[in-house]
Design a protein around this ligand. Structure first.
Ligand code: ADP
Length: 530
């Protein structure tokens, strides 16, 4: 904040000018925030302090104030269903919540179910009246900062102390808390900044679309402050049109988001062309990036780097930079993998019988990883002990990722599926991701999700749910014929349905459990081809 004091966090406001704040100002304000939290709100060491915020400068201030004072930054995923948010806040026993005014309509109805919350600190625009009559003390963020000193007696912290935590989205059972130590955040940030990862400098600007509540925005807020990388923050303007506008106007050199965001942006700039070429590299991860999407961005002059990770891995697990000295054509097969493991991430593949599999690009097994920024347990709650469910953690510290794939001899990971999404047909596995990628390569297909459905003869068979682009004329047989060009005949889906949109999870990934349920409930209009 001193050395890179002039670097900036730019927050989109939806008005003529975005809001700009230098790293030096953010440092000063983070100091004031820490003082206010301690002196005025009584925040203690190791206490979790929640944020319910968009990506913006104030959220960055919380990112530095809370961990540096010895408390634990607890980012809340604003897209979770209310009952999960209630579970999470109660589990962590959050006493203080920092919230953007625009999110009060979300927070206020939850507060009667959050007995531990005593203080709500509101920043930015938004009607405060939603909090009237509720049993909490309401503070204005700016007033707290104005009434606080610009020096703070920062404590000496143990590097293994908790700095932040984040809950997984709880696709099965209750959400699980993952705690990140100062040490793991620091080491992960150094890895993010390596040339073979995101490799950015203070001459760069990164557009942080991935939410700050989604695994610490993939480590970007920490990595940027380490090397002075400017940040462009979209706040609540996450729709394709404003994203396209902010890229054209602010010219970020890098951006990070899940494939869904990039699909939406692609449709937008196809309809209303914009110049995106300032972006030298965009990082796409969180779910498999369809090769067709990567190709489309290549054509727009934007290079995609595919990455894999999980909440439990902080999240950087792999990035797909091809080896040096290859032609564009030779690079392609490397670029569409999930990528290579960096130093700091140890990996192994485990077969169905628990045997370790070779890295030969063919043997498929469950990926297990361990390392400095990889969790080895889940948070037990304010009152509980950390816990290690056997299906997630092995006794010797390996994280069982639940992802199935192969690893090449030179360490490139290709995921074929999530263990729970693999289609088991007549004793053979069909990769739902392969079928989706093949479908999304069709020029008239906007999105496609493939799930396993029960089948009397084969046990399970694929069901293809497809979203067509506007004006498309292709029918199910046409799509099956298209697939048959690249997919083995026995893998071709018989069951097809056109849908309006693929259901998405709280962080924008395909929500296949919703599709499976819709199918089970008979809510989909499915055609079965012969
Ligand atoms: P959740 O489990 O709630 O989706 P995470 O964000 O932690 O939350 O998701 C991690 C999972 O996302 C991984 O285990 C993997 O299945 C999937 N994933 C992440 N990146 C990729 C990728 N590049 N390709 C395929 N799957 C991915």
């Amino acid at each position: 904040m001193t050395i890179h004091g002039k670097s900036q966090v730019t927050t989109w406001t939806g008005e003529a000018e975005p809001h700009r704040r230098s790293f030096a100002e953010i440092g000063n304000r983070a100091t004031r925030l820490a003082g206010a939290l301690r002196e005025q709100l009584g925040v203690q060491q190791s206490e979790a302090v929640a944020t319910l915020m968009w990506n913006n400068a104030e959220h960055v201030e919380a990112y530095f104030a809370i961990p540096s004072m010895g408390a634990v930054l607890h980012t809340l995923n604003l897209r979770l269903p209310p009952e999960q948010l209630v579970f999470i806040v109660n589990h962590a026993a959050d006493r203080v919540v920092l919230v953007n005014g625009t999110l009060l309509p979300l927070l206020a109805p939850l507060l009667p179910h959050l007995p531990t919350v005593e203080h709500v600190v509101v920043s930015g625009i938004g009607d405060r009246s939603a909090l009237d009559g509720l049993n909490v003390q309401v503070h204005e963020y700016e007033e707290l900062l104005a009434g606080s000193s610009d020096s703070f007696d920062w404590p000496e912290l143990d590097e293994r102390q908790a700095a932040a935590m984040c809950y997984t989205s709880g696709t099965t059972g209750d959400p699980k808390g993952v705690v990140f130590s100062h040490r793991s955040v620091y080491l992960h940030s150094m890895q993010v900044n390596m040339a073979e990862s995101m490799g950015l400098t203070d001459r760069d600007t990164t557009l942080v679309v991935v939410p700050q509540f989604h695994v610490n925005a993939w480590g970007l807020p920490h990595a940027t402050f380490m090397t002075g990388i400017n940040m462009l923050m979209p706040d609540r303007f996450l729709q394709p049109a404003p994203l396209a506008e902010m890229i054209e106007r602010e010219k970020p050199t890098h951006a990070a988001a899940v494939p869904t965001i990039w699909q939406g942006l692609l449709a937008e700039v196809t309809a209303n062309p914009r110049d995106l070429t300032s972006m030298k590299q965009v990082t796409i991860g969180g779910s498999a990036c369809p090769p067709a999407l990567m190709e489309a961005y290549d054509k727009l002059g934007v290079r995609v780097c595919h990455a894999w990770g999980m909440t439990e891995t902080s999240p950087l697990g792999t990035m797909a930079h091809p080896p040096a000295g290859l032609s564009a054509e030779e690079e392609w097969p490397y670029r569409i993998t999930q990528g290579r493991f960096p130093a700091g991430v140890e990996a192994r593949l485990v077969g169905p019988n628990g045997d370790l599999l070779p890295w030969d690009g063919e043997s498929a097994g469950e990926l297990e990883v361990r390392g400095n920024w990889i969790a080895s347990s889940y948070y037990g709650g304010a009152a509980g002990e950390p816990f290690r469910p056997e299906d997630k953690f092995s006794a010797d510290g390996w994280l069982k990722t639940g992802d199935v794939g192969v690893i090449s001899a030179d360490g490139f990971l290709t995921l074929t599926d999530r263990a729970k999404d693999v289609i088991k047909s007549g004793g053979e596995w069909i990769s739902s991701v392969d079928l989706e990628n093949a479908l999304m390569a069709h020029p008239e297909v906007a999105e496609a999700a493939v799930v396993a459905v029960p089948d009397d003869k084969w046990g399970e068979r694929p069901l293809a749910t497809v979203v067509l682009k506007e004006g498309a004329t292709v029918n199910y047989t046409g799509l099956r014929d298209f697939l048959a060009r690249t997919v083995a005949k026995w893998q071709l889906p018989e069951r097809w349905t056109f849908i309006e949109a693929v259901p998405k999870t709280s962080v924008g990934k395909f929500d296949k459990k919703v599709i499976r349920k819709q199918y089970a409930d008979g809510a989909l209009d499915v055609t079965k081809l012969d």
